[in-house]
Design a protein around this ligand. Structure first.
Ligand code: FAD
Length: 437
């Protein structure tokens, strides 16, 4: 009888999960291990690029990774489905039936055994239970939503262009809720796209046609970053024509209207994007008896094992990790997701050898905000710069781009990753600056 393979199942091939399965596949191969990635999508687009996809300044077809091909290359198996249930006793996960666009079943409900399970399912936008948000606002959680935003944007711009060509004074009011990195970066990216549209056949269109309002409930933009960075970002956005309003708490959204607490009248907006924070997916509640925090994130120990089951790890945005001695929990960011994946990669080996697991150590490398081609602002942390250093301009842009390059190297390895970086450099030169379809 053949030896039973150690089965490591990773759910979610995003910033945390995809690099992890590549490294696990490379380390263990298929001889004595079976590494399985489960994701409800067939391709991966790095989330921090989604605002560029939404604004049309990035063609996601060039940057996405197909899980099937990636799995064949790196020695793991890919299963296309959404996670439905975790049976801790039987050490079995159940995936939901995979449906086509008409709702017919492609792949039935399925059970997959695990010896170790890593949950890396990311997060969803937090609507704070505010009335009308789910129904009337758009979100930027995955490629499908970013593509939809771009289509709605393009159609709205074409309508405005046509009305202006007839001599009317048409405008496109857009409201972005949430002054974190997503809201800030999308605002600048939309100004960039609006400026470029005239040379793409929208002959009477210019950036004055878009009226952009950015709402933040707190007293300043980018609350997680230094005040000086917030101030710089605010003045840069204001100079680009964005109406930045802080202490503007949204109380209700109805079609085309955003109600702000204490304001005399609602804000009219043809497009509303909600980017006001991250929480865990509510569906996790019904999947198992894992401990969750108030935001439905899975609570983990410093080793990144879940508090109720040592064979189950949780990493990235779906995990709630508050390390002893730290003032705040680990933030939901790409760099945290990748560092958690590295820690679990080591801990899976230690667990199989019967060794004690190491605690996760978060290394904050700083925060950078890209305001499209207009500016990059932020801070770098670490020994290299002797603590914390504010940076701007070209150095900041290079550092910002390096985060994505590290993700590419993590996902494709050094050789293929470097080739991929060169190809995307070439594409920047030969491809149009905007994707308008
Ligand atoms: C527009 C935008 C800009 C951002 N910019 C930055 C930035 O500049 N810097 C930064 O550090 N961070 C940034 N972030 C945050 C960063 O993208 C996330 O913190 C990071 O992607 C989290 O990684 P993850 O692996 O936990 O989740 P994700 O990358 O979201 O991956 C989750 C994966 O799980 C899959 N999945 C989800 N549920 C299921 C299920 N039930 N069954 C199967 N599969 C499932 C999804 O399809 C997805 O592939 C940004 C986020 C957004 C949206």
């Amino acid at each position: 009888m053949s030896e039973r393979k150690t089965q490591i199942v990773v759910v979610g091939g995003g910033a945390a999960g995809l690099g992890l399965v590549r490294k696990l596949g490379k380390r263990y191969g298929r001889d004595r291990h079976d590494i399985i990635l489960i994701d409800r999508n067939r391709t991966h687009v790095w989330k921090p690029l989604l605002h560029e996809v939404a604004a049309g300044s990035l063609d996601p077809n060039l940057d996405e990774v197909g899980y099937g091909g990636h799995a064949a290359r790196w020695g793991y198996r890919f299963f296309n489905a959404g996670l439905e249930r975790i049976d801790r006793e039987k050490r079995m996960v159940t995936t939901a039936p995979l449906l086509d666009e008409e709702g017919s079943v492609i792949i039935d409900r399925h059970e997959i055994r695990y010896d170790y399970l890593v949950l890396a399912m990311g997060g969803v936008s937090n609507d704070f239970g505010i009335e009308g948000v789910r129904e009337n606002a758009m979100f930027l959680e995955d490629r499908k939503q970013a593509d939809r935003f771009r289509q709605v944007l393009l159609n709205a711009c074409l309508r405005v262009n046509q009305a202006r060509a007839r001599g009317e004074t048409a405008k496109l009011p857009i409201c972005i809720v949430g002054g974190g990195a997503t809201g800030v970066e999308l605002s600048a990216e939309l100004v960039n796209s609006a400026k470029a549209l005239r040379s793409y056949g929208l002959e009477v269109f210019d950036d004055s046609a878009i009226e952009l309002t950015l709402l933040e409930a707190g007293p300043r933009l980018l609350p997680a970053l230094d005040e000086k960075i917030s101030d710089n970002v605010r003045s840069e956005l204001t100079s680009l024509g964005v109406d930045v309003r802080t202490e503007a708490m949204v109380s209700r959204i109805e079609p085309g209207r955003v109600h702000i607490k204490g304001a005399d009248a609602p804000l009219d907006a043809k497009m509303i994007l909600w980017a006001a924070g991250v929480r865990g997916d509510e569906a996790v509640k019904g999947m198992s008896d894992l401990e969750l925090n108030k935001l439905d994130q899975i609570v983990v120990k410093p080793t990144l094992q879940t508090t109720v089951d040592d064979r189950i790890f949780a990493i990235g945005d779906c995990a709630f990790c508050h390390l002893p001695g730290d003032a705040r929990p680990i933030p939901p960011r790409a760099q945290s997701a990748q560092q958690m994946a590295d820690c679990v990669y080591d801990n899976l080996e230690r667990a199989q050898r019967g060794q004690s697991l190491k605690d996760f150590v978060y290394n904050d490398r700083g925060s950078l905000v890209s305001l499209s081609r207009f500016a990059t602002i932020g801070s770098l942390m670490g020994n290299l710069v002797g603590g914390k250093m504010a940076i701007e301009g070209r150095i900041a842009r290079a550092a910002y781009m390096s985060l994505y390059r590290m993700h590419i190297l993590n996902v494709h390895g050094w050789f293929r990753g470097t080739a991929q970086i060169v190809v995307s450099k070439v594409n920047q030169v030969v491809r149009p600056a905007l994707k308008l379809h």
